[in-house]
Design a protein around this ligand. Structure first.
Ligand code: G6P
Length: 612
């Protein structure tokens, strides 16, 4: 994880770097630092957020038009001032920031210690910067060459930016496994872990590939080589990102803004793909792979966190509509399980960031066994879409709040379109049902909007349960993954212990926890399991549990049983997850705000998990 920023050009580097670090803070926020060169090399770093770094550096000399900055999510060594990046080499000549993990840092460190290197921090990064220094000295090579040789010796993942005190005219950047984007301006370069620190300065970007090193010169020249010393031609792409999507736009938190964006983001996911008037669904990104789906004996869906929950919804969709067996796997388990993968398997990898290390590794594994890999990602140009055979972007726009909201509904939208397209190609769905579903999907944004308008009611319920110590979320069929997602939202931002369960499974364990203090959130919308869920509600009531139910407008039965209900518009049960999750997102948001939690940056979490 971690966010890295770099600048070289005519402008003052510090304001660019600080602004960039704020944009990247979603990637980690336990410590931050900058290094600026202006005759002398000034390194400022401290524990805490980027704003703490700004306070720390307030009275200090921040001049310089070359510099690097880092916001950290600790892997090696606790978050403190010393372990914060940038890290300097022993002589103080070379300075480096790093996102990733150097797995073989221990033997390298031992070796360097024998050569009288002394380490101040517990980080793998300080090992790397000293390795570079050692190579540079012993082999009398340039910094670029020393970095290249060093990177051939390390095992693990890295995105690094490095420069040296004696050369104010060059920044060196390299990556493997962790993302790195270079913004190309007029005789200036910007570097970021993603394009968000770059977008307001230039639309021209280069996505560095794995094992590539770039040297960025003040003159405007850029050279890229692989770590095996093969020259590469820089490929400049145009950014599509809009600046206003990176601001809070009047909302107190990004999470709330992103919850409210869902009517639009769902529409954007469908734009150009669903045509309700003509009655067509066409995900262009998978057009060439439709046959692979049609012939697939099995679909394997991989993802982590919220993306895995979207995969669970897709399991119901693909099995129900396209009659293809589906397995949904945690990428982190799948990759190490020696899974059975056939050439006629289709693997769908779901990831908001497109950078999750476990998902990426699971893709590589499945690819090596000959399966077809389809990606569903939000961040354009990220690593996962580039590692897959084909796929569809969700087009939800940048998601900054660490707790995923609009990315989840966008993923489900794409998965629904995909299941419909494949069902049509396979002939497993009647024309009438196909048209009914696309007409319904087309109006989902309005239904989501209607749920958002119940925000005040939801806030009032949040107030009643904000001090709960535990919570249970129940759903069945299509709403079971929604229960999991509701529980995840609550625990990740408000630190209340919450569990999601299939409603009927409650009897096999969680029922033991129910007492008069336990809020049980039940998704009891109309659908095939409705009556069964009603019985599960009775079971909770019989044990004095408190029921807060999400119900379909006009419901009377559950209303008569529940302590509180939140109505959502009627929808076909295939599409219910898209609207039933909205009140649960809002509820978690309000609980977290009332408990004084940092909603956008919950403790210990990061948005982009580029370590396994
Ligand atoms: C982290 C984030 C979650 C996200 C998960 C998977 O845990 O905090 O919001 O669902 O990673 O990330 P991805 O980018 O692959 O969807």
């Amino acid at each position: 994880m971690c966010g890295i920023v770099g600048y070289i050009g005519d402008k003052e580097a510090y304001p660019i770097i600080i602004k960039g670090l704020h944009r990247l803070e979603y990637r980690g926020y336990d410590s931050a630092g900058v290094a600026l060169l202006n005759g002398s090399l000034n390194v400022y770093k401290c524990k805490g957020k980027v704003s703490d770094l700004e306070t720390f550096a307030k009275e200090k000399d921040k001049k310089g038009n070359i510099g690097i900055g880092h916001t950290r999510w600790a892997t090696h060594g606790e978050p403190n001032d010393v372990n914060a990046h940038p890290h300097c080499s022993q002589s103080g000549d070379i300075v480096l920031i790093h996102n990733g993990i150097i797995e073989n840092y221990a033997p390298i460190k031992q070796e360097l210690k024998k050569r009288s290197y002394v380490f101040k921090s517990e980080t793998d990064t300080e090992v790397l910067v000293n390795l570079i220094e050692d190579i540079k000295k012993n082999e009398s090579v340039s910094l670029f060459e020393a970095v290249r040789i060093a990177l051939n010796q390390v095992v693990g993942a890295y995105a690094i930016v490095v420069f040296e005190k004696s050369n104010p005219d060059e920044l060196i950047a390299a990556k493997k496994g962790s993302p790195l984007v270079i913004g190309v301006g007029e005789k200036e370069f910007f570097i970021g872990s993603d394009a968000t620190p770059i977008v307001e300065y230039t639309k021209n970007v280069i996505y560095l590939e794995d094992e590539e090193i770039a040297v960025l010169k003040r003159s405007g020249e850029i050279k890229i080589k692989t770590i095996k010393n093969k020259a590469k031609t820089p490929y400049i792409e145009e950014l599509e990102m809009k600046l206003d999507t990176l601001e809070k736009g009047g909302f107190p938190h990004f999470m709330l803004k992103e919850i409210y964006e869902q009517p639009r983001s769902i529409k954007d996911s469908m734009r150009g793909r669903l045509n309700a008037t003509k009655g067509t669904v066409n995900l262009g990104g998978i057009a060439d792979y439709e046959k692979a789906f049609v012939n697939a004996k099995r679909i394997i869906i991989i993802g982590c966190g919220t993306s895995w929950h979207a995969g669970l919804v897709a399991e119901y969709l693909f099995e129900d509509l396209a009659r293809i067996p589906v397995e949904v796997e945690y990428a982190s388990e799948f990759r190490y399980r020696n899974p059975v993968i056939h050439e006629d398997d289709v693997v769908i990898a779901i990831s908001q960031s497109g950078e999750t290390a476990d998902t990426l590794a699971a893709i590589e594994l499945a690819k090596s066994k000959g399966a077809t890999i389809i990606g569903i990602c939000n961040v354009v140009g990220s690593s996962i879409p580039r590692a897959t055979h084909a796929g569809s972007y969700t087009h939800a726009g940048p998601e900054i709040g660490v707790a995923s909201t609009k990315a989840f509904t966008a993923q489900i939208t794409i998965l629904t379109l995909m299941a419909l397209q494949i069902a049509q190609a396979k002939g497993t769905l009647s024309r009438t049902k196909f048209h009914e579903l696309i007409n319904e999907l087309n109006v989902i944004p309005e239904k989501v909007q209607a749920v958002l308008e119940r925000n005040k009611e939801i806030e009032a319920i949040a107030k009643i349960y904000k001090d709960a110590r535990n919570a249970l979320y129940l759903g069945r069929g299509y709403t079971f993954p929604v229960a999991l997602e509701g529980a995840l939202k609550l625990k990740e931002i408000s630190y209340i212990h919450a569990e999601g369960y299939p409603a009927a499974e409650m009897k096999h364990g969680p029922i033991a926890l129910i007492d008069e203090n336990m809020p049980v959130f039940v998704i009891a919308t109309q659908g095939t399991s409705y009556e069964k869920v009603v019985s599960n509600i009775q079971e909770v009531k019989a044990r004095k549990g408190k029921i807060i139910a999400v119900v379909t407008e006009g419901d009377t039965v559950v209303k008569g049983l529940a302590d509180y209900t939140i109505e959502v518009p009627q929808a076909d049960e295939h599409l219910v997850p898209l609207i039933a999750v909205i009140p649960l997102q809002l509820l978690s948001y309000h609980v977290a705000v009332m408990r004084g939690c940092n909603v956008d940056q919950p403790r210990n979490l990061a948005k982009s998990v580029t370590v396994e």
